[in-house]
Ligand binder design. Sequence first.
Ligand code: NDP
Ligand code: MG
Length: 394
Amino acid sequence: MSQSVCILGATGSIGESTLKVLQQHPEQYSVFAVTAYSRIQKLVEICKQVKPKIAVVPACYQDELAILLKQHQLDVEILTDDVGLQTVARHPDVDIVMAAIVGAAGLLPTLSAVKAGKRVLLANKEALVMSGDLMMQAAREHKALLLPVDSEHNAIFQCLPEQYLNLDKTGKPQLGVSQILLTASGGPFLNTQNLDAVTPAQACKHPNWSMGQKISVDSATLMNKGLELIEACHLFSISEHFVTVVIHPQSIIHSMVQYIDGSTLAQMGNPDMCTPIAHALAWPQRIHAPVSALDLFKNNQLNFEAPDLKRFPALQLARDAMKTGGTAPAILNAANEIAVEAFLNQKIKFTHIPTVVEHTLNKLEHSVASDLEIILQADQQARHIAHQYVGEIA
Ligand code: NDP
Ligand code: MG
């Protein structure tokens, strides 16, 4: 029977890859809802292609979208804003939710999907970084299947014993696992010694992956790896102590798991998000993805090195925030979102990004993240402090 998919963030890079995979399996999947934030024309093209029942946009685009849909004789219901996003995420007709909105904006709809017990394909790592235990607890309680789409976490999931997903938190590796090796390409500035003058265009030019702007900058600062470290701790119920970051510039190995018997399992493939998306869509089955098989004769160099925490302090900030716990990761994430935006708008230097994050973490006291309100409040306060600081150093 065909499964019905809701794509949160359909107009983005992950949204596009998701549509590419789904297009190959029209009998297995249909698209029930799609959402966009600013690219309305692109959303209309998607509606023409997949004919969803519902499209969600900010209220300011509702009229424009209605006119365009009518012009193309498309019968699509329009919902708006956060209420619209949450409505489609938990809609009874939806089986699978692709959580691919970027940043904190994805938290509420992703959590709605989890609380509705959906199969949730998690690309929006910021949502889990912010809400951590709360989201994992909700997944267990509502029997949601939270499957990692982030390539590293998808790789780790493939290398772990199956029971690992959504385990109760012990902090220690279980079932013979000794540690997780989280790989990182190192980003476009792996070998750039002076990062003071690098531009947004240079930061967004990732050597191996084509992604949205925010995650591209995060990859360049290594904050992406920091967020992923936090994401891994929550998804796999393991403390940060057992997650080692390994720089692997070729992005062929997408991460590894080590076992107490000396085994190291790795998942490999060409760097294309269609693979983890197809895996998470069909798991425990396997389906075709539009990705060529890995040619090891062409990719015959695999290198590994330790990250340089001096040039990339964001990684350590994230690790420390995970150790601190409570609202610290939400504060880290919010400050980073503000700093990245300021860098993209050329208000601050690249090297200011971790400075803004560190300043915000020092200034704002963290607390126990016992409910959503507290997390959202920490997010807002952190944004305020980070904004102010950006104003001071700009
Ligand atoms: P993009 O910037 O390409 O896409 C983001 C999507 O979210 C777009 O559909 C955008 O709409 C929508 N959006 C942006 N802001 C809002 C908002 N405030 N409210 C509602 N929707 C919004 O990002 P990516 O696809 O690259 O990344 C999406 C998520 O997946 C991120 O969390 C990222 O970290 C994660 N991820 C991405 C990978 C990749 O390869 N790209 C790999 C692993 C994880 P619109 O375009 O209409 O403005
Ligand atoms: Mg990743």
